[in-house]
Structures are given as structure tokens and as C-alpha cells.
Design a protein around this ligand. Structure first.
Ligand SMILES: Cc1cc2nc3c(=O)[nH]c(=O)nc-3n(C[C@H](O)[C@H](O)[C@H](O)COP(=O)(O)OP(=O)(O)OC[C@H]3O[C@@H](n4cnc5c(N)ncnc54)[C@H](O)[C@@H]3O)c2cc1C
Length: 207
């Protein structure tokens, strides 16, 4: 198979990015969480609830289909999650009773951030977590990832105007997001490393 351009959306580990040897800067935030989805009998309806306690945080927010996600911070990584662990911690820290029998799944994560020295190499463009992983705590990773393929698609047919097109797309994305001053904003491409001298420019690209 041949293609003029490849858009790599293969997640934060991104084998494609590794294959291209694009340098990354990674930062682990050093905190650990266990999360599980429960059949929602909390009565909290559409509300998210956050509890910050001396023993660690508890987060809770609704998911579609009558499900609610509960996330508890743990002092370190947990390789084995005992049955009923989340319910126990939620009761200790938030005083809420969660029926362990209504738990549907569990998983663990530890937030990290990843920035790439360049968003492309040659005619391969990184998108989504392959290009920029961010802490899931802000709930923004997927939201930032979704517009990127469209942004890249706008650039691909005419590489020579790519930088300007990217800049316009990204500032439109920020405008549409309505981010208040000082809040997290999507960085313009140059700040993300999409600039001269970082990665071989795509053929025909005037950068
Ligand atoms: C605990 C947690 C909670 C989150 N909560 C939110 C939230 O509330 N809101 C939000 O916006 N974001 C959230 N995020 C972030 C969000 O999940 C990611 O930003 C988003 O999934 C990135 O999408 P992606 O397609 O770039 O990568 P991924 O979702 O990682 O998808 C990459 C895909 O590529 C596949 N793949 C990799 N290599 C190959 C290969 N060689 N061949 C074929 N397939 C391959 C992988 O199997 C995977 O399916 C959360 C993340 C975590 C960890």
C-alpha cells in the first residue's frame, strides 16, 4: 500500500513515533489512581463530585447508560485490587456507601504528560495521544485529540501553506473551545515544535 501522507493515531506509546525516532519529553506526575464503573444508585444524577481529603482524592462522575465512574487516589501503584477496594475507600473518605456488587470493572492509571519535539517527520503526522498525552484528570485528552485529524487533513492536500493553515485551525479550535484567559489552551503548532529546524520538512513544504 502507498500513501502520500500517513496520520499516526496509535496512542501515547506510539510505535510509529518510536520508529521515526521523534524525541519526546515525558513527565510522570507521581500520583496513582484506581477507577471503577458502577451501576449508579448514588442519586447524584448528572453531577460530578470531587472530594479532596488528607488521605487522597475521590472523584465521581456520570457516564451514559446509568453508569457512574468512581476514581480513588492511592499512595502508590497497586498491582492487585482487592474486591470491594473502591467502595471501602469511598466510604472512608467521602462517607458514601457504594455497593461493591454493583461494580462493573476496574483499572489503574498514573497521570503523565508527554510532549513531542516535532508533530511530524517527513510525510508522517502524529495525532492524538501519539502527539501529546496529558493528565486525564482534566478530562481533555480526547477532546484535544479529536480536532487534530481534521486540522491535519486541512494541511495535507497543500503542504506549501501547511503552517499557516495549521495556525489558523488551531486558533479557531481555541476560539470554539471558548477557553477563558489563563486556562489551558491548545498551543499553536510552533510552540509544540512544528517549526523550522525540527524534523525534516515534508516534501514541497515551504516551512
Ligand atoms: C484513565 C483515563 C481517563 C481519561 N478520561 C478522559 C476524559 O474524561 N476526557 C477526555 O477527553 N480524555 C480522557 N482521557 C484521555 C483519552 O482517553 C485519550 O486522550 C484518547 O483516548 C487519545 O486517543 P488516541 O486515539 O490518540 O489514542 P488511543 O485511545 O490510545 O488509541 C490508540 C489506538 O491505536 C491502537 N494501536 C496502537 N498500535 C497499533 C498498531 N500497530 N496497529 C493497530 N492499532 C494500533 C491501540 O490499540 C489503540 O486502540 C483519559 C485517559 C485515561 C488514561
Amino acid at each position: 500500500m502507498t500513501a502520500r501522507f500517513v496520520i499516526a493515531c496509535d496512542g501515547w506509546r506510539s510505535p510509529i513515533r518510536q520508529h521515526l525516532q521523534i524525541p519526546v519529553r515525558e513527565r510522570r506526575y507521581g500520583c496513582h489512581f484506581v477507577m471503577g464503573d458502577f451501576i449508579d444508585r448514588s442519586g447524584m444524577a448528572e453531577q460530578a463530585h470531587l472530594f479532596f481529603t488528607p488521605d487522597g482524592a475521590v472523584e465521581s462522575f456520570p457516564l451514559p447508560g446509568g453508569i457512574r465512574r468512581w476514581i480513588v487516589q492511592t499512595p502508590g501503584p497497586m498491582l492487585v485490587i482487592p474486591r470491594g477496594f473502591i467502595s471501602r475507600i469511598v466510604q472512608q473518605r467521602a462517607g458514601l456507601v457504594l455497593d461493591a456488587a454493583s461494580q462493573l470493572n476496574h483499572s489503574t492509571f498514573n497521570p503523565q504528560r508527554l510532549d513531542c519535539a516535532s508533530l511530524y517527520r517527513g510525510r508522517v503526522i502524529l495525532c492524538g495521544d501519539a502527539a501529546h498525552a496529558m493528565s486525564p484528570i482534566g478530562g481533555q485528552g480526547m477532546n484535544v485529540a479529536l480536532p487534530m485529524p481534521r486540522c491535519s487533513r486541512n494541511c495535507c492536500p497543500r503542504w506549501s501553506g501547511a503552517q499557516e493553515t495549521l495556525r489558523r485551525s488551531w486558533s479557531a479550535m481555541n476560539k470554539n473551545a471558548g477557553a477563558p484567559p489563563g486556562s489551558l489552551r491548545i498551543a499553536p503548532p510552533k510552540a509544540c515544535g512544528w517549526g523550522p529546524g525540527q524534523g525534516a520538512p515534508p516534501p514541497g513544504c515551504g516551512m
